[in-house]
Every structure is written in structure tokens, then in C-alpha cells.
Design a binder for this molecule. Structure first.
Ligand code: M6R
Length: 366
């Protein structure tokens, strides 16, 4: 059942190229010029009347929402807020009939997410669900549904469901941009072509697993570490930190790299591991200067950058390089090494990788 892998999590990590292909599937037309989301029943007029979007989800699905926020704002120029579902409902969000609420849930049964969906509907918003389970509560109650075709995810730590959610956001963001006329045909083609390259690029990263395994063994001896990054890299830092905590039980924090000097830098001392995400090329200079700040305090830095930016190696103790893609799409690649890092750290500590303590796959209580 684990298809020759030691754990479901590792199997699911390796299933990501297929999950990307299946989620894109027939949603891209034959000549790669158009996004086809036939399942969306929202009319073009309804799309044009959207004034703001709220993305609501829990845990890893929320982290996909953080990427989704940037994707939609950059592509479609509609203001987006992302909230964790357990906070959203109690903060009196401003919801109107021109608000689109996007709920994201692998299982489609998460109690907080479902309650947020119901509250949004009660207040007259239209709800779009991004979920991995056809016929789930969230899928049944939403007005529109985009299914992520990741296939069943068994490991408690979400991997392929998360990355399929990213693909769903890229597709939906591009679709909105097409309808709203915020993207040029040439840019649309370019982005679609880059999307279609992602599965092979993920395969390439998976071939570097041994490197992540050796980093994981190094960090497994530590009690605490940091993930830093800017922009989309910060969203991935948050996901990497959650994944690591969840299955390795090592404490970690994700920090927006520019925020370090406003407090957290005080925690950096000799030997503290820092995983620095530096895959946002336009922010590279800034991130490098943050890496220098932690290095100067003795941190052991593992950098994650893009091929072609190998100067990163001069600033860090160890580095891994990702194939080049559009800046907006880097999250679909940069999260892969972090999933492997968490997996191998959990393994090194002798933990139950697929069933971490205190956690359940689907959280059906509030
Ligand atoms: O089924 P959902 O996507 O609604 O689940 C949400 C979270 O409980 C889930 O993503 C959780 O954070 C994962 N265990 C993280 O790996």
C-alpha cells in the first residue's frame, strides 16, 4: 500500500509531480493559451462584481492560502485577505455580497473551516471551495468547487494536498486575470508554459533528497531553529516550520527575514540552524543582507536558492538550488526540500512519521 516507500509521507512527497499534472489536467487548453475552469459556475459578470476575496483555512491549507493571496493579488489585482478559520469567524470580518470567500481544505471536513464557510454564506458571500475530497461537506456546501486531484493523502503531515492547492490557486488566479483583463495574452501563455514545467522540476529536486537527508541529520540534534524568507519565501518558511514541528517535534519559528532585527535576532547564537529561503530573485539582495545578520551572530545557515544565483553559497554554510521558474511559481518548488527536511528529521529522531503525536488527519472539532 505504501508502494515500496517506508512511509506514506515519503510516497506522497514523490507523488507530487503526478498530483501537479492531474490538478492541471484538462484545466489548460490544448495549445496552452487559456485556463478552462468549467466547474466554476460563477458568471463573468459575477466575477467582475467581486470587490474583495477572503481566503480562509487551517494549518497547511492556510499556508497555501497565504500563497494564494499573493497569486490572486498579483495576477488579478483584487484585494485578498487570508485568515485562519478559527480566527476569521470571531473577528467580525467585513463580508458583503461582493465578497468571494475561498475556503481551502484537503479533507473538506475541518470543523473551523466549515463553520467559516457557513458564516460567510449566512452573510451573503459567494463561496468557492478548494478541496481534495469530492462530496465532502465543504464541497457540498460551497457555491463553486475546484477539486485538487492529489489523490488520497494518508500521512497526517500534508504534502501533495498542499502543493495541489498551490496549483489550484495558480489556475484560479490566472482564470480571474483572464476574465478581468489584467493579464496580457503573452504573459498568460508564458505562465502556463512555466506551470507545465513544474512537475519535471519537482522530479529534479526530489533527486537531491540525499542532500536534505544529511541536513536533516544535522538539525535533528538541535532544540530550536529558524526559517526566514521574504514575500512568497516567507509563506513557504511558515509551511516548512509547521511541517518540521509537526513530525520532528523540533521547535522552530518562521520569520519574515526583515523582521529579525525587531526582536528575534536576540535568539541567534553560535550554531543555531537557520533555513534561509532565497528564491525570490527580486528580493535576493535584501535576503542576503538578512543572512549576513544571522551569520554574524554565529548561525549555521542552510540556503535555498535558484540555479543561476549560486553566489548564495558565499553567504551560507550549505545550499540547495532549485530549477528556475517564474517568481510567482517558486513556492511550488521551494517547499519540496522543506518537506524532505521535515521527513528526514522525523526519521532521524525515530518518530512515527505518518502519525505524529497528539494530531489527527482530519480535525472535526472546533
Ligand atoms: O483537511 P484540511 O486541509 O482542512 O486540514 C487542515 C489542517 O488541519 C491540516 O492542513 C494540518 O495543518 C496538517 N496536518 C499539516 O500538515
Amino acid at each position: 500500500e505504501k508502494g515500496g516507500y517506508d512511509h506514506f509521507m515519503l510516497k506522497e512527497i514523490h507523488e507530487q509531480p503526478k498530483a501537479y499534472r492531474d490538478t492541471m489536467g484538462s484545466r489548460i487548453n490544448a495549445d496552452g493559451s487559456k485556463i478552462v475552469l468549467d466547474e466554476i459556475r460563477m458568471t463573468e459578470d459575477q466575477i467582475r462584481s467581486i470587490r474583495n476575496i477572503h481566503v480562509v483555512a487551517c494549518g497547511t491549507a492556510y499556508h497555501a492560502g497565504l500563497v494564494g493571496k499573493s497569486v490572486i493579488e498579483r495576477l488579478a489585482r483584487v484585494p485578498v485577505e487570508a485568515d485562519v478559520a478559527s480566527e476569521y469567524r470571531y473577528r467580525s470580518p467585513i463580508i458583503t455580497k461582493d465578497t468571494l470567500v475561498v475556503v481551502v481544505s484537503q479533507s473538506g471536513e475541518t470543523a473551523d473551516t466549515l463553520a467559516a464557510l457557513r458564516e460567510a454564506k449566512r452573510q451573503g458571500a459567494r463561496v468557492l471551495a478548494i478541496t481534495n475530497v469530492v462530496g465532502s461537506s465543504v464541497a457540498r456546501e460551497a457555491d463553486d468547487v475546484i477539486i485538487t486531484w492529489a489523490g488520497p493523502e494518508i500521512a497526517v503531515a500534508s504534502t501533495k494536498a498542499y502543493t495541489s492547492q498551490l496549483i489550484a490557486f495558480y489556475l484560479f488566479g490566472l482564470y480571474l486575470a483572464e476574465v478581468l483583463g489584467t493579464i496580457e495574452a503573452a504573459d498568460l501563455r508564458k505562465t502556463i508554459a512555466a506551470l507545465q514545467e513544474l512537475p519535471e522540476q519537482v522530479e529534479n529536486i526530489l533527486q537531491q533528497s540525499a542532500k536534505m537527508e544529511s541536513f536533516a541529520k544535522q538539525i535533528a540534534a538541535h532544540n530550536s531553529l529558524f526559517f526566514i524568507g521574504r514575500g512568497l519565501d516567507f509563506a513557504i518558511a511558515q509551511e516548512g516550520s509547521l511541517k518540521l514541528k509537526e513530525i520532528s517535534y523540533i521547535h522552530s519559528e518562521a520569520y519574515a527575514a526583515g523582521e529579525l532585527k525587531h526582536g528575534t535576532l536576540a535568539l541567534i547564537e553560535e550554531g543555531v540552524p537557520v533555513i534561509a529561503l532565497a528564491a525570490q530573485e527580486e528580493l535576493l539582495e535584501k535576503t542576503l543582507s538578512n543572512i549576513k545578520e544571522v551569520k554574524a551572530r554565529g548561525a549555521y545557515v542552510i540556503g535555498i536558492g535558484l540555479e543561476g544565483n549560486e553566489e548564495l553559497s558565499e553567504f551560507v554554510d550549505a545550499a540547495i538550488y532549485l530549477p528556475r521558474t517564474l517568481s510567482l511559481l517558486t513556492p511550488a518548488l521551494s517547499v519540496i526540500p522543506l518537506q524532505l527536511l521535515a521527513y528526514y528529521a522525523s526519521l532521524a529522531k525515530g518518530n512515527d512519521v505518518d502519525k505524529p503525536r497528539n494530531l489527527a488527519k482530519s480535525v472535526t472539532v472546533e
